[in-house]
Design a binder for this molecule. Structure first.
Ligand SMILES: *Cc1c(COP(=O)(O)O)cnc(C)c1O
Length: 396
């Protein structure tokens, strides 16, 4: 019999009652060190006092009015994002998928308004993930995501990762935009080298194509800059944000330059909940904390420490691990053993990690993880790797 909850997830046999910082606690009091952070959502860990305060204060005043009216909390968060980034304007959504939908519409509308309605194609890359809507699965195009859901939305051109010649050939006078994650998340923590992001920007400047960055997972301080593209010193035309920006409250956003955003006038797009006062009150508090240069410096220090400790872990378990990769506190352990075995063994050591493609185990801890917790995390991963190595040895 089908469960009451539609079984689209293979869930681990764990459930949590509360959270404190980097820790998740089961009803019986067992404490798990959370290196997944709800897939990079709990950027400030669980039950951060400033976020709890922002949410409860707003909850006592006003939950929802709709975008028929001005929403001061939304205007405030938009102003914070505009001040801190390349963007001139922001549209709020409830998720990353919805941000992908608007980014696609925005790129097409831009060319429609330029009297080039044939420029509809969006170039995307193998291994990418942009969400689960019909548009977002068509954009990513992987077999696993699209099988059974055709006909797919047309207009996406899928390229292999890192093939410059294919890229040059694919961008034509029908290309509306290039859409890419600066660091692939689901795809296995694959950072796009800074040089390549610069190259994409140049290609877009030469051809007029818009550059859309999906920073849903790698943005909001995750790599040690507020947004990952800042490392390369280039700016997109459109950027998708979600996950960390709400710190656990559903919130997403599309950020755009004036040129890219201007064609989206009244009536061209909408959302009932997007930019709701509760979400934006929390988002503002997250931005206040994460956009602070001292906070980002601390993320970089901790990232350096975690990476160094993980390099040691990989060296100690050469049968289990192959390499560390990633950027900032968005790290991947490329495995020789099955990544899911390591994630499982982690549960026994009460440490939570997340599998990704390419046999990678993802580590996306809260950005405010302490140095002591990093030590504890690596000690637990070390024991988990020991279990996996012993299993490999027993299997011969
Ligand atoms: C999670 C994710 C999305 C989709 O976000 P949802 O909030 O799950 O809809 C899109 N792009 C990237 C890079 C993601 O990691």
């Amino acid at each position: 019999m089908i469960p009451a909850v539609l079984p689209t997830y293979n869930r681990a046999p764990l459930s949590f009652e509360r959270g404190e910082g980097c820790w998740l606690v089961e009803a019986d009091g067992s404490r798990y060190l959370d290196l997944g952070a709800g897939i990079a959502v709990n950027a400030l860990g669980h039950a951060h006092p400033r976020l709890v305060e922002a949410l409860t204060e707003q909850a006592g005043k006003l939950w929802h009015t709709s975008n028929l009216y001005h929403i001061p909390a939304q205007e405030r968060l938009a102003a914070q994002l505009v001040a801190a980034t390349f963007a001139d304007t922001v549209f709020f959504t409830n998720s990353g998928t919805e941000a992908a939908e608007l980014a696609i519409k925005m790129a097409r509308k831009y060319w429609y308004d330029q009297d080039q309605p044939e420029r509809v194609e969006i170039v995307t890359f193998e291994g990418s993930f942009h969400g689960r809507s019909t548009g977002a699965i068509a954009a990513a195009g992987s077999e696993k995501m699209v099988t059974g859901f055709g006909p797919l939305m047309p207009g996406f051109v899928h390229l292999p990762w890192g093939d410059h010649d294919a890229l040059e050939a694919a961008v034509t006078d029908r290309t509306a935009a290039i859409l890419i994650e600066p660091v692939q998340g689901e795809g296995g923590i694959r950072p796009l080298p800074d040089q390549c992001l610069k190259g994409l920007r140049d290609l877009c400047d030469r051809t007029g194509a818009l550059l859309i960055l999906d920073e849903v997972q790698c943005g909001m301080g995750r790599t040690g800059r507020l947004f990952a593209h800042e490392w390369a010193g280039v700016e997109p035309d459109i950027m998708m944000v979600a996950k960390g920006i709400g710190g656990g409250f559903p919130l997403g956003a599309v950020l755009a330059t004036e040129a890219a955003g201007a064609p989206m006038g009244a009536g061209t797009h909408g959302s009932t909940y997007g930019g709701n006062p509760l979400a934006c009150a929390v988002g503002s508090a997250v931005m206040e904390i994460v956009a602070d240069p001292d906070f980002l410096d601390a993320v970089n220090r901790k990232a350096g420490l975690l990476r160094q400790r993980l390099e040691g872990l990989v060296a100690q378990h050469p049968d289990v691990f192959e390499a560390v990769r990633g950027s900032g506190l968005m790290l991947g352990l490329k495995c020789r053993a099955a990544n899911t075995d390591l994630v499982q063994a982690g549960y026994a050591e009460q440490v939570l990690t997340v599998p990704a493609a390419e046999n990678v185990v993802r580590l996306l801890p809260p950005l405010n993880i302490s140095e002591a917790e990093i030590g504890e995390a690596v000690a637990r991963l070390d024991r988990a790797a020991g279990t996996v190595a012993a299993g490999l040895a027993a299997a011969g």
